[in-house]
Design a protein around this ligand. Structure first.
Ligand code: G6P
Length: 486
């Protein structure tokens, strides 16, 4: 049944634009989400008829759903219409932690390695059933809310089955799917149980248009469709020619939209008083006349923080001239702490940072300044101060830090960038490129970055900033919508 106030444009994502915490007095505090995804999807706007469907993530959210019936108060959402789904906690946890953040995240980021190899056993099957139920709950809600012929933009690896399920329920809709992660190459993707691999691909192919952050991930998806499903790949002319996948009589167009940084927002935000205060505090911690290497990440295995720290240690070992002259400011914000492998990684980051400090630190020099409490204002302060930004993920859909730093940098900043980050496709020419597994080469890149002449640094930063802002979040969203409607 289609709802009374059916929506012509819908977005579906696991995490919505707002989340709730219960205060001591029992009332609910609404917090707005940050980051490129939320600001991009927020371009759905407050106009009549646009609707964002997301999941309740914790107890505060569930309470908000109980109190509102799922239609959040526009006062909490910046005026956007948001329907939050209260999916049973055990289903949500198995789908989100078990399948999305363990299995699918690990597959697309190529993170499985001994001893982290997957065991697809009875636990996995139960989690997979939860993932199906979780996806079905989204498909049901979208089918109910969408106006005839509406455009639905489904986001990410949490919701790969939604396009296919939605097509069964509502063949009149135009459905897009967007992957914010890399896509695994076929040899790796086939690690998934055969029926699951097929189901994921069929799910995404249920869309009219499946889009990715870079051409590389779109090609990997196409290769998986050919390899696992025997689908036909149709290519337009030239290396960037349009790609589409033909399978069982339907065609899914593939698209590429490289989400960029929001220059206007970042520049304004980075010059507020709270950022200036944090710059002063950081300068104090760094000490006078020292260079600064900055990194800002969620503490997440794909971000390769430990190897980054090892590269810094290598720099101090091999090039003693830097001892006392450089500080590595590392912000590693805890993420997905319900999962043991993320908790262990967080502990490892702290251990290696401490080890460097106890090996090299002196009475007036702390080689690594590690902060683990998420603070966006402090991140911006570090971006503005950085001489070198280290972005060395093993694999990353895009990496917005690489795009944000050049936009707000005060004096120009050298970007040391992994060639395995999606952002490399747009920023590679003006960054110092590294193979993220090569600790020694990363140490050399840091050295080179620290030595770069101010004029060259400034010129490169200017070009990086212009490439990084080519597709700001609002246009990223509207381009997808237009491409789906076209
Ligand atoms: C990163 C990824 C996104 C993903 C998000 C989920 O930002 O690039 O693809 O949707 O993490 O994070 P969460 O904290 O919701 O698990």
């Amino acid at each position: 049944m289609v709802a009374e106030h059916a929506a012509p444009i819908l977005v579906a994502s696991n995490r919505g634009p707002v989340s709730y915490k219960r205060r001591e007095d029992g009332s609910l505090a609404a917090g707005r989400g940050g980051g490129g995804l939320v600001s991009g999807l927020s371009a759905i706007g407050t106009g009549a008829g646009a609707l964002w469907v997301c999941s309740a993530l914790g107890e505060g959210d569930r309470e908000a759903v109980r109190r509102t019936g799922g239609r959040l108060d526009p006062a909490d959402t910046g005026g956007m219409s948001v329907r939050m789904l209260d999916i049973a906690p055990e289903v949500f946890t198995a789908a989100y932690n078990g399948i999305a953040n363990s299995v699918l995240w690990f597959v697309h980021h190529l993170l499985y390695q001994t001893p982290l190899e997957p065991d697809f056993d009875a636990d996995f099957r139960a989690q997979w059933a939860a993932y199906e139920a979780y996806n079905a709950a989204f498909a049901d809600a979208l089918a109910e809310e969408a106006a005839p012929g509406a455009a639905v933009l489904v986001q990410d690896y949490h919701l790969t089955l939604v396009p296919g399920l939605l097509r069964e329920r509502r063949p009149d809709l135009r459905v897009g799917h967007f992957s914010h992660t890399p896509w695994a190459p076929p040899d790796y993707f086939r690690m998934l149980p055969d029926d699951v691999a097929e189901q994921v691909l069929r799910g995404v192919l249920g869309s009219d248009r499946a889009a990715f952050l870079t051409r590389r991930w779109a090609e990997a998806f196409a290769a998986c469709c050919a390899d696992v499903l025997g689908a036909e790949i149709v290519r337009g002319d030239g290396p960037d020619g349009a790609l589409s996948v033909r399978f069982e009589g339907r065609t899914t167009r593939l698209g590429v939209h490289g989400l960029g940084a929001d220059a206007a927002f970042l520049r304004e935000r980075a010059h507020r008083a709270d950022v200036e205060e944090r710059m002063a505090a950081l300068r104090e911690q760094i000490g006078p006349d020292r260079k600064t290497i900055v990194r800002v990440d969620r503490t997440e295995l794909s971000k390769n923080i430990v190897r980054g720290l090892r590269a810094y240690r290598r720099l101090l070992e091999d090039r003693p001239q830097w001892r006392g002259k450089v500080v590595h400011v590392a912000f590693a914000y805890p993420s997905r702490q319900d999962l043991a492998v993320y908790r262990d990684y967080t502990a490892e980051v702290e251990r290696v940072a401490q080890e460097i400090n106890s090996t090299f630190g002196t009475a007036d020099w702390l080689p690594v300044v590690l902060h683990v409490k998420d603070d966006f204002a402090r991140s911006l302060a570090a971006y503005r101060l950085a001489d070198v930004a280290l972005v060395n993920p093993i694999r990353d859909g895009m990496n917005l830090v690489a795009k944000e730093v050049p936009v707000v940098s005060d004096r120009g900043c050298v970007l040391v960038l992994s060639r395995e980050a999606g952002a490399f496709a747009e920023l590679g020419e003006d960054a110092i490129t590294v193979n993220p597994f090569d600790v020694e080469a990363t140490a050399r890149a840091l050295h080179e970055g620290l030595l770069m002449e101010p004029a060259e640094r400034a010129e490169r930063t200017e070009r990086l900033a212009s490439a990084a802002t080519a597709l700001p979040p609002a246009r990223w969203f509207l381009d997808q919508l237009r491409a789906l409607e076209g």
